[in-house]
Design a protein around this ligand. Sequence first.
Ligand SMILES: NC(=O)c1ccc[n+]([C@@H]2O[C@H](COP(=O)([O-])OP(=O)(O)OC[C@H]3O[C@@H](n4cnc5c(N)ncnc54)[C@H](OP(=O)(O)O)[C@@H]3O)[C@@H](O)[C@H]2O)c1
Length: 360
Amino acid sequence: MGKVVLVTGANSGIGLALCERLLSHDAQLQLCLGCRNMQRAEAAKHALLVSHPKAQVSIIQLDVSSVHSVLRAAQEIRHRYNRLDYLYLNAGIMPNPHVDYKAFYKGLFSGRAIHMFSTGEGLLTQKDTLTSDGLQKVFATNLFGHFLLVRELEPLLCRPGCSSQVIWTSSSNAQRSAFCLDDIQHKGGVEPYSSSKYASDLLSLALNRRYNSQGVYSSVICPGLVMTNLTYGILPSFLWTLIMPLMWLLRMFTNTFTLMPYNGAEALFWLFMQKPETLDPLAKYHSLTSGLGNNYTQPRKVSTDNYVILTLCLQHPSPFPFHFKMDIDDTISSALYEKLLALEHTVRMKLKDEDLGHTS
Ligand SMILES: NC(=O)c1ccc[n+]([C@@H]2O[C@H](COP(=O)([O-])OP(=O)(O)OC[C@H]3O[C@@H](n4cnc5c(N)ncnc54)[C@H](OP(=O)(O)O)[C@@H]3O)[C@@H](O)[C@H]2O)c1
C-alpha cells in the first residue's frame, strides 16, 4: 500500500502545487485533499488527474475553522485509512488585511525593503471575526482546527515501528511580539495572522516533545513570498504586477521571493523526502529561490537582530551553514500546549451540551 498523505487547503496555491509535486515524485501515493469547498476540491482533483491520470486522489470535506467539521472529517479519515504517513497542515487565512501604505512606501526605498517584503513586519494588520464556535477565526483556522485534527488522527499517526510527519505551513511573519500567552486567540490585537503562525511554531515544538517517542515528528516551513489568493488579498493584483520587476530584481540579493506556488512548496516537498528523526525541531525550513531560479530548502531564522542570530548559531552548531533557530522555547511552547488542551476540553463540552440540547 502506498504512503497516505493528507493536505489541508489543497485546492489552491501552495497546497495544490505541493500535491502536483508529490504525485510527480511518487505515483503510488494515496493523496487526500482536505478542502472546505467541494466544488473547488473537485476542480483541483480534476486538474491533478489530468497530469497524473493513474493517481489515487480522494477528497475529504474539511473546514478547519469549524470544530464540528474537523471532528466529522477526522472520523471519516479514520474510517477510510488505517495509517497516515504525512499530515500537511497548510490551510490558512489572512482576512481583511490592511497595509500600512506609509510604512510600505517608506520601506520600499529603504535598506529594509527585502526584510519588509519577506516578513511583512510593521506592514500588515488584519480585522478578525468570530467562528460559529465563538473562536477567533484566524486562530481557529490557522491553528486550533489543525491542533484538533492532529489529536483526532493520533491513532493513524502513532503506529508502533513506523514514523509519520506533521508539517505546518508557517510564515516569516510569525513574530514573537505578536503573540501573548494570556491571549492565545489574539482577541485584543491587530496581528492575528502573525500570532497564529508564531503559535504554530510553538505548537510544532510541543508536538515533537510529546509525540517523538511514538514516532510522530512535526516541522514548520516558510514558503517565502508567493503569489496566491492569499497575497492577492493583501495588495490588488495590478499593484503586484507593477512591483513584480522590482521583486525579480531583488531576487538577485535575497532568496525568499519564491513568487510561484511551485517554488513555495519546495520545503514542504523536501521534508517529504527526509528521515524525520534527522530534522531539527527548533528550525524553520525555508523554501528559497535563487536569482537564477534554483529552488532549495534551508533551515534558518530570519531576524533583524544579528546579535541574536550569531549567538544562536554559536550556541547550536549544526551541519547546515547559516542554521538559525526559531525564536521559541520549551517553556512557552509547553504552556501553549496546555492552554490548547484546556480549550479543546471546553469546546468538546460545549458540543456535548449542544447535542444533548438537540436530543432532549
Ligand atoms: N502566499 C504566501 O506568500 C505565504 C507566505 C507565508 C505563508 N503562507 C501560508 O501558506 C498557506 C497556503 O496559503 P496560500 O498562499 O497557498 O494561499 P491560498 O491559495 O489562499 O490557499 C489557502 C488554502 O487554505 C484553504 N482554507 C482557508 N480556510 C480554510 C478552512 N477554514 N478550511 C479548510 N481550508 C481552508 C483555502 O481554501 P479556499 O479555496 O476554500 O479558500 C485554500 O485552499 C497558508 O497557511 C498561508 O498562511 C503563504
